[in-house]
Ligand binder design. Structure first.
Ligand SMILES: O=C(O)[C@H](O)[C@@H](O)[C@H](O)[C@H](O)COP(=O)(O)O
Length: 258
């Protein structure tokens, strides 16, 4: 059996949901997120989610803030897919943006917000140290001491197909053992970053990619068609139960039948 067929067997189907514009994408993803968290809590009491940065991902969080449905925030565990390794409180950190958009406005215990250590935090002076510390945090919240089974892993995507801080043709996207790695040389600034790897992303029941704009259209089409993750990292982002692309018409423009 080919590697692709094996990975398809280990992961659920892929669905593409297309919306008229970016605002409709972030609204629809927000509604689906609330439903998924409520459903996970009904089944397993606790829900674990991985948040993303990027314009669409942060706009989605603002919509969740506006309509939180029946989420029990006392039983939500928040993780992050990647982080810019900057000083604590730097406005470019995904964590800072996610707090401003949602987390500061909901009754969640700060101990449930698991951020990747910032520069100097927890003694971490390098992205590698932050990654090691985050791997310990993930292990501590995992039943088997590796990484939690996330209910939803949200992702944005760059025009060249990057997800989290996994860029094409980098050691980070090829990582097959570690669940978190540090980067000193990200092709997109800032160079110092920390990121979950594809093996961690693939531990999510649901992987959702929120992608808007025509600059992403070619990468969307390539990833949905099953590109090599080395070329387009988004192609390697697959959920155990389901992978869902929330795209606007511009980002969907090069999909078959568009
Ligand atoms: O870390 C970063 O430099 C960005 O956060 C980046 O990874 C972003 O998530 C994608 O480029 C999608 O961003 P948009 O949703 O804004 O298109």
């Amino acid at each position: 059996m080919s590697d692709r067929a094996q990975s398809d067997r280990a992961h659920g189907p892929t669905e593409v949901l297309s919306f008229p514009d970016a605002d409709a994408v972030s609204r629809a993803a927000a509604k689906a997120f609330v439903d998924a968290v409520v459903e996970a809590q009904a089944e397993r009491v606790q829900a674990s989610v991985v948040l993303t940065g990027g314009g669409t991902g942060i706009a989605m969080l603002e919509h969740v803030r506006a309509d939180q449905g029946g989420i029990d925030w006392s039983a939500v565990n928040v993780f992050f897919g990647d982080e810019r390794f900057l000083a604590p409180g730097d406005p470019d950190r995904n964590e800072v943006q996610a707090r401003a958009a949602l987390l500061d406005h909901v009754p969640i215990d700060s101990a449930r917000i698991h951020t990747m250590p910032a520069l100097g935090e927890d003694g971490c002076m390098t992205p590698a140290a932050s990654a090691e510390r985050y791997a310990e945090i993930l292990a501590a919240h995992s039943p088997d001491g590796t990484v939690p089974v996330f209910d939803v892993h949200l992702l944005g995507m760059g025009g060249e197909g990057h997800i989290n801080s996994l860029f094409p043709h980098t050691a980070a996207v090829r990582e097959s053992e570690r669940f978190v790695v540090g980067l000193d040389d990200s092709p997109k600034p800032p160079p110092a970053r920390v990121t979950l790897t594809l093996p961690a992303v693939r531990r999510a029941r649901q992987v959702w990619l929120l992608v808007t704009g025509e600059a992403k259209a070619a990468a969307v089409a390539a990833a949905v068609a099953g590109a090599d993750p080395e070329e387009g990292p988004a192609a390697g982002a697959r959920g155990l139960e389901q992978t869902v692309w929330f795209v606007d018409e511009a980002a969907a423009a090069q999909l078959p039948g568009a």
